[in-house]
Design a protein around this ligand. Structure first.
Ligand SMILES: Cc1cc2nc3c(=O)[nH]c(=O)nc-3n(C[C@H](O)[C@H](O)[C@H](O)COP(=O)(O)OP(=O)(O)OC[C@H]3O[C@@H](n4cnc5c(N)ncnc54)[C@H](O)[C@@H]3O)c2cc1C
Length: 344
């Protein structure tokens, strides 16, 4: 944590978090996880790219799905794993508005090649009231940036265009010190800035008839949780395990899936919500208090006291007897999706 002149005001070694998590924190690029999953599917599961489910008619036994481009199909179960703005959720459960809990902030994220300074293995962040900017070195001499800001620092109606959004970010961050001027001028040259509301998805039920949701589609904990990817994988694992266990009795499998993992996901969401004020404090005093608290993390006992509950996993993943067999197959990264009847 650095101030507007780049002086260190807080922070702690990443080892502190590894200790809290019993060494279970892994840093992986999202694309690498996707490639590993695709590699395992290669030759075993049909993949359709460049298309999207457009309609679902559920007769309680089978789901009849229509695609935007490809031909209509009939399946046993539709699993919506399509993220925070899930279309499957929208089709089967209703509008996003009913389930989205905005946390009062937006996030922008982007990568820049060759940015300097670069501090290996160091996550450097600077916070002003309502605004937070951080950089982190990643592969190939790239630096990943995060900009978080409270909604009051954005215009009432958000610009739809990327250039409009960059302008809004500039307005919000241009008065900040540290490396903000350099980061904002780097932003000018970036195509495809990720920009979205920081939101959670909270639903009474994740399954309905022959449709089930997993991951962010079902229970997005938001990036503040810092473990949405792990949660999504755990949900997928439990859903697969319950289907394996219950065979043709899909109703019982889906019921058991929700029962096992929903309370765990809800707990992660509550913790993430409670972290928002310390990520983006509203006042200068709040920023100083947060920075001071991060210094306390260097002392014994304090990490557990301040952060312990975020790392406690009060849930044992069931052993379904399939995981071992599946993970024996080495990832095959030569995955080549086959275009299917009319789909790109
Ligand atoms: C800036 C940022 C930083 C984050 N940092 C972390 C972190 O450090 N650690 C962590 O664990 N989590 C982090 N998260 C959260 C994490 O990315 C998500 O929780 C996780 O990716 C959820 O996985 P998912 O598979 O459910 O959804 P997603 O990863 O969003 O995947 C959904 C997929 O569905 C596809 N899709 C969408 N619509 C359709 C459609 N209509 N038809 C077909 N396909 C569709 C999308 O292209 C996408 O590939 C971060 C999130 C953000 C925004």
């Amino acid at each position: 944590m650095v101030d507007s002149d780049g002086r260190t005001r807080g922070g702690y070694p990443s080892r502190v978090l590894q200790n809290l998590a019993n060494e279970r924190i892994a840093t992986l690029a999202r694309g690498d996880i996707a490639a590993a999953i695709h590699g395992l599917l290669d030759g075993r599961v049909e993949t359709v790219l460049g298309d999207s489910i457009a309609t679902i008619e559920d007769d309680g036994v089978r789901a009849h799905i229509g695609f935007e481009h490809g031909p209509h199909r009939e399946v046993d179960l539709v699993i919506g794993a399509d993220g925070l703005h899930s279309k499957i959720r929208q089709i089967a459960f209703g509008t996003e508005k009913q389930f989205e809990h905005p946390m009062g902030c937006h996030v922008a994220s982007f990568e820049v090649a060759g940015y300097r300074p670069r501090d290996e293995d160091l996550y450097v962040a600077h916070t002003a009231p309502g605004r937070y900017v951080a950089r982190f070195p990643v592969r190939d001499d790239k630096t990943l940036f995060f900009m978080l800001l409270r909604d009051e620092y954005l215009p009432d109606s958000l610009p739809a265009s990327e250039s409009g959004r960059k302008a809004a970010l500039k307005d919000a961050f241009s008065s900040m010190g540290w490396e903000c001027p350099a980061i904002l001028s780097a932003l000018d040259h970036v195509d495809g800035v990720y920009f979205d509301s920081i939101s959670q998805i909270r639903m009474e039920g994740w399954t309905k008839g022959r449709v089930a949701l997993i991951g962010d589609a079902a229970a997005c904990p938001s990036l503040i949780a810092g473990e949405g990817a792990g949660l999504a994988l755990a949900e997928a694992y439990v859903l697969a395990g319950e289907i394996h266990t219950h065979g043709a009795d899909l109703d019982s499998a889906l019921k058991q899936y929700e029962k096992r993992i929903k309370p765990y996901a809800a707990r992660k969401q509550r913790y993430a919500e409670s972290l928002v004020p310390s990520f983006v404090p509203k006042t200068a005093l709040g920023v100083r208090a947060r920075d001071f608290a991060t210094l306390l993390m260097r002392l014994p006992m304090f990490p557990r006291l301040l952060m312990g509950r975020y790392f406690r996993d009060a849930m044992e993943l069931p052993e379904y007897g399939i995981a071992h067999q599946e993970t024996q197959t080495p990832p095959n990264n030569s995955f080549k999706p086959k275009p299917l009847r009319g789909s790109a």
